[in-house]
Design a protein. Structure first.
Length: 437
């Protein structure tokens, strides 16, 4: 039995992994910093009020994000703990920076021979507008600084002359200029969006590698406001061409950093090349939930080995997996009145005895009754797996059909992009075959 200390130093995110490790028989304590999230995972996981006091107790410390309140900083904490001899799943100041500083992330990629899209950063809205007008093209607007986590502010341009991007920048200057201290303009390209994700044990990547497809828009058909994520589909593979031309080139850099944990590089790929978009140098949510659903190895043993630099013998489901985020009003918006009236403490009712594939997110258990918790309106992630993507979809949505929560909603098309042609395109372009020598 291993003693695990899970730490959410900002929002509560890692509760479901802590729950799984606890249910496997390990000794678990879970700390949540945000007052609004303190009740999340109550009844599922033992809690602690002072994570610093529990570091000496723990065999493994798991940090779930890069944020410490309003600041980036878990990488610094992880680095300090490792220097004291603590086994930590977490990043470093430099790996944290690949998410918080998009310009730095592009420099890291370029320094390691990975091609990037044309991009520029701006601190002045007018300068950005003039750049688009002088260089007409479709662009993606990516906010920088504290507002970069307001997902609905990311805008993907549609017009070939960039005129819609100019209009959006003018609107952002009026509405968000006091908070948006800068933004990146990145050239938009067409292709298949796919994330290459690997678990790193401090010296090398663990095989197999994970390949996943995010679904960030609120509504089916990929329309509506951007959210953190509405669902994910994925599969696993040995190192292939797509991995070797992206994350594989960063293996030495991550080893020098002493990084331990999950790292994800989201890309657009087409017949002409691979174009990285952004890093997630931490667990993705709900990606990690779906990844652990695919584990055929015990979750706790895997993270114990990973944190101690022992190459885990990771066994995973070799088919396809689909995860769907089940949400409540007013997600993805902040509206306390609506949340209080429609969603707070909402009961989760199951029409079957099985809880297979049902994972908690913002949920708690009171007298054996599952309920919504926190203030974000994301109580559950429901997963499915199968030998085909369609089979995985059918299992996930069949499980959702057996759940009753007043006012719940979700996207019903998670995984369809693969069956509609993304999988065929990736195979034709040669990215999913064995790596070239």
């Amino acid at each position: 039995m291993t003693r695990f200390l899970f730490c959410s130093l900002d929002a509560a995110l890692i509760g479901d992994v802590a729950r799984q490790v606890h249910e496997e028989g390990h000794d678990v304590r879970y700390y949540v910093e945000a007052k609004s999230d303190r009740e999340i995972a109550d009844g599922f996981v033992p809690k602690t009020d002072d994570w610093r006091a529990d570091v000496d107790w723990a065999d493994v410390v798991v940090l779930d994000d890069i944020w410490v309140g309003d600041d980036v900083g878990t990488g610094k904490i992880a680095q300090e703990l490792r220097a004291e001899g603590v086994a930590v799943v977490g990043g470093t100041p430099n790996t944290d920076r690949t998410e918080s500083d998009r310009g730095y992330a592009m420099e890291v990629l370029q320094d390691h021979g990975i091609a990037t899209l044309d991009h520029r950063e701006f601190t002045d809205f007018q300068a950005g507008i003039e750049h688009v007008e002088q260089n007409p093209a479709p662009y993606v607007i990516k906010p920088l600084g504290e507002v970069q986590n307001v997902k609905r502010l990311l805008y993907v341009g549609r017009e070939d002359d960039g005129s819609d991007v100019v209009d959006v920048l003018r609107a952002y200057e009026k509405a968000w200029g006091h908070r948006m201290k800068g933004f990146q303009l990145q050239r938009r390209v067409e292709g298949v969006e796919i994330a290459i994700c690997g678990f790193f044990d401090g010296s090398e990547f663990v095989e197999p590698v994970n390949f996943n497809f995010e679904h960030k828009k609120l509504f089916p058909g990929n329309i509506g406001p951007s959210t953190g994520e509405m669902g994910t589909s994925m599969f696993w593979s040995s190192r292939n061409e797509l991995f070797d031309r992206t994350l594989g080139k960063l293996e030495g850099w991550l080893a020098d950093e002493g990084y331990v944990g999950s790292i994800d590089l989201n890309c657009i790929v087409n017949g002409s090349g691979i174009y990285p978009l952004e890093f997630t140098p931490r667990f993705g949510y709900p990606t990690i939930t779906l990844q652990t659903e695919a584990f055929e190895s015990p979750v706790g043993d895997f993270f114990d080995d990973l944190a101690h630099g022992r190459d885990p013998d990771l066994q995973v489901h070799r088919g396809y997996q689909v995860g769907v985020r089940v949400v409540l009003p007013p997600f993805p918006f902040d509206d306390p009145k609506t949340y209080d009236e429609s969603s707070r403490n909402a009961a989760v009712v199951f029409e079957t005895e099985s809880r297979a594939g049902i994972h908690i997110e913002d949920a708690k258990k009171v007298d054996q009754q599952w309920r919504a918790a926190g203030e974000s309106g994301m109580p559950l992630v429901v997963t499915g797996k199968g030998e085909t993507m369609q089979a995985a979809r059918e299992q996930a949505y069949g499980r959702i059909d057996d759940i009753v929560i007043p006012n719940l909603y979700y996207r019903d098309d998670i995984g369809e992009r693969w069956t509609d042609g993304d999988g065929d395109r990736l195979l034709v372009w040669g990215y999913l075959g064995p790596a070239e020598d």
